[in-house]
Design a protein around this ligand. Structure first.
Ligand code: SAH
Ligand code: SF4
Length: 412
């Protein structure tokens, strides 16, 4: 199946590459080894008869093949005995998910649509992941859920009901497959003409800013990010992993304490009556409660600041008074402010602030001593910019899911 996005069709320079669909779905038949902790990996080995005294050594071998070498086939694990490789292959999978489509923007941004098994949703589900190359770094924008339970009024993902949470394996798979496609593993090749950083690793930064609210899928996100930052594996520095939340206050402390990554807050408004509309979770935890949680973020310092994201919406939140109030609110919090020009989507009710307005707003914030970069929209031609992600997946109604399961049961 190929998903074609209208805006890409309208742009002759944006390329869409459809996959052959040959790869089979992760976890469709056999349990996966991707996304398991080292301990769980050891226990999985136990189920195929590996003696417990070998678990540590074998898990380390597997870990290296999976996360340093990036293999997706047991046959490639050359320092593991053939009969063990065969047993592993019989019992488990390490296959990548299906790539439904890959789109490449004129600015080098790439967007993939991946398909994962239903896991209770009825149909297979689809999520989007975006790669943003820049001079000296490559950022991967990773999804945590299919759809979102929240309904921020300026966000395209917010119009897609939550289908289901992604598993730790599915969150990690987005990183692994992006590195496959970019040629960012030792034996892989970078596609000719790809726009990537000129030296070093091609995926240097992870931002949990794709589809979904990561703090409403805390355990799976935590597990995936701890594996991504493991020094003997993917080895991404926690300083280069940023989790963005709309403000799930009770989980903010744990994010710093248990994951230890950088934090970004989708603030977007400086008064509760405005934020209640733009980011409705504000009705549950208001600006004061949110900022108090930020003040208590473990490890917070001038060297480890919180990023406050602020989408620039014409005549809604972009006045000089708003800028001054923003500065007042953030007083005392080591912070960076990221001004995001609003990225429109079909049916959106907002407009992006005029460029002069954004600059004046940025000037006020800068004068108060905050770095306030204006985020350049990337990949707008392939609909990959902040807040534009959305897949067509829907959760089947319970009645239909039950009927489907009954049909499957009758076949087997
Ligand atoms: N759910 C999390 C993470 C995903 S959203 C969160 O809300 O923080 C990533 C960022 O893009 C958030 O700051 C979000 O508010 C912003 N965003 C959403 N829609 C946007 C749009 N149409 N234009 C610009 N930014 C948008
Ligand atoms: Fe969900 Fe974040 Fe979009 Fe709000 S901005 S609807 S929390 S993905």
């Amino acid at each position: 199946m190929v998903t074609t996005i209208d805006i890409a069709r309208d742009n002759p320079n944006a390329k869409t590459i459809a996959s052959t669909g040959a790869s089979h779905l992760v976890g469709e038949e056999k349990p996966t080894l991707i996304g398991l902790s080292r301990e769980e990996l050891g226990e999985a080995l136990g189920t195929i008869g590996v003696p417990q005294k070998q678990w540590r050594m074998r898990s380390s071998q597997l870990w290296h093949w999976l996360y340093v070498r990036g293999v997706s086939n047991f046959a490639d694990m050359t320092n593991i005995a053939k009969d063990l490789r065969a047993k592993l292959d019989e019992a488990f999978t390490i296959a990548r998910p299906k790539i439904v489509s890959e789109q490449i923007s004129v600015d080098g941004t790439r967007k993939w649509l991946f398909q994962f098994p239903p896991r209770g949703a009825g149909n297979p589900v689809e999520v989007e992941t975006v790669y943003i190359p820049e001079e000296g770094r490559g950022t991967l924008c990773v999804s945590s859920q299919v759809g979102c339970t929240l309904t921020c009024t300026f966000c395209h993902t917010g119009t897609q009901k939550l289908v289901r949470n992604l598993t730790s394996e599915e969150i990690l798979s987005q990183i692994l497959i992006a590195r496959d496609r970019l040629g960012d593993f030792p034996d892989a090749h970078t596609p000719q003409g790809a726009i990537v950083p000129s030296e070093g690793r091609l995926v240097t930064n992870i931002v949990m800013m794709g589809m979904g609210e990561p703090l409403y899928n805390f355990e799976n996100v935590k597990k995936a990010l701890l594996i991504a930052s493991d020094g003997d594996g993917l080895s991404l520095s926690k300083r280069r992993i940023t989790l963005s939340t709309s403000g799930v206050v009770p989980e903010i402390f744990r994010t710093g304490d248990e994951i230890g990554c950088m934090l970004a807050i989708s603030l977007h408004a400086v008064r509760d009556e405005d934020r209640d509309i733009l980011v409705p979770i504000n009705k549950k935890w208001n600006i004061k409660e949110l900022l108090d949680a930020c003040r208590n973020y473990p490890g917070l310092s001038n060297a480890k600041r919180i990023t406050f994201e602020y989408v620039m919406l014409k005549d809604i939140n972009d006045s000089n008074e708003d800028a001054l109030e923003l500065v007042r609110l953030l007083k005392g919090i080591p912070a960076k402010i990221n001004l995001i020009p609003f990225n429109p989507w079909p049916g959106s009710q907002y407009a992006c602030s005029d460029w002069e307005r954004i600059e004046e707003f940025a000037d006020i914030v800068n004068r108060a001593g905050y770095a306030s970069p204006i985020r350049t929209p990337r990949g707008r031609d392939i609909f990959a910019a902040c807040g534009q992600l959305k897949s067509t997946s829907e959760r089947m109604r319970k009645k239909d899911r039950d009927a489907l399961n009954a049909k499957k049961a009758a076949v087997y």
